[in-house]
Design a protein around this ligand. Sequence first.
Ligand SMILES: NC(=O)c1ccc[n+]([C@@H]2O[C@H](COP(=O)([O-])OP(=O)(O)OC[C@H]3O[C@@H](n4cnc5c(N)ncnc54)[C@H](OP(=O)(O)O)[C@@H]3O)[C@@H](O)[C@H]2O)c1
Length: 249
Amino acid sequence: MSLKNRVVLVLGASGNIGAGAVRAFLLSGSHVIAPTRTPEGTTKLVDFLARTQAIYEPDHLIPVVTDVGTPKGAEAVAKIVEERFEGKLDHVVSSSGPWWQAPNFDAIDYSLYRKAMDANYETHFVVYNAVAKYLLKRDSNPSYTVVTGMAADNLGTGITGLSQLFLRSLTQHLIFQTASTPLRVNELRIGVRVDMDQPGVEPSQEWQMKSSEFGRVFERIAMGSVKGEVVEAVKVEQVRALVDGRTKL
Ligand SMILES: NC(=O)c1ccc[n+]([C@@H]2O[C@H](COP(=O)([O-])OP(=O)(O)OC[C@H]3O[C@@H](n4cnc5c(N)ncnc54)[C@H](OP(=O)(O)O)[C@@H]3O)[C@@H](O)[C@H]2O)c1
């Protein structure tokens, strides 16, 4: 199914993973709502699109400066879906939250605990809660992709791993709750290292990728029929097989 003129929401749009997703959907002709918490986040995204020579209809990119991790911020995004797209939303990429290298839980500052849980878990819940109603009404092969990593498998990752374990669990609940609906909820579990493209810089390790290449995985999931799965993107070769269609989605 073509992604032309589909409506897509990408969380964490200024980040390594989200920016690549925004780029891939724009190149496919979708309209992309891209919330960032600050204007600098939008600038970072737009600069990334420019230096990766992304060609797209300028009005297809809809940046919105809001903290989607709060009910108010998520409602601002929902309002765009209502007012600009008549309540039509087709795909969501839920990719929020950086990595925290934090001390053990006896020494962690509560504010850091809160930050990690807000970014890595709560934001995902709040946004789903605000926008799922639009996707559940669609007959356009809608999808909701929650991005996680491998931190939850490693007890040495402390607060990052803990918050990601919550996120994995949330995703399983969403999969269960949407099982009998057309909405395809999946977890994309990333094990490679993805960084935004930089001029003159190529990945030097076999486990590294550029955002512009990785982002195409989201396009494949959106166009595919995968539903209720943990899609593994753990090795570069695995990601390339997803992107070029050797692995069916
Ligand atoms: N990059 C990788 O190689 C990799 C590997 C494995 C897993 N992952 C997973 O992919 C997801 C995104 O990673 P990433 O590398 O794209 O991270 P990133 O570059 O740090 O970007 C994360 C984005 O999350 C947004 N965000 C929203 N709410 C936030 C909050 N409360 N605190 C901090 N940031 C917030 C930020 O956007 P604004 O500041 O503009 O709002 C930021 O751009 C994470 O779950 C990560 O664990 C990434």
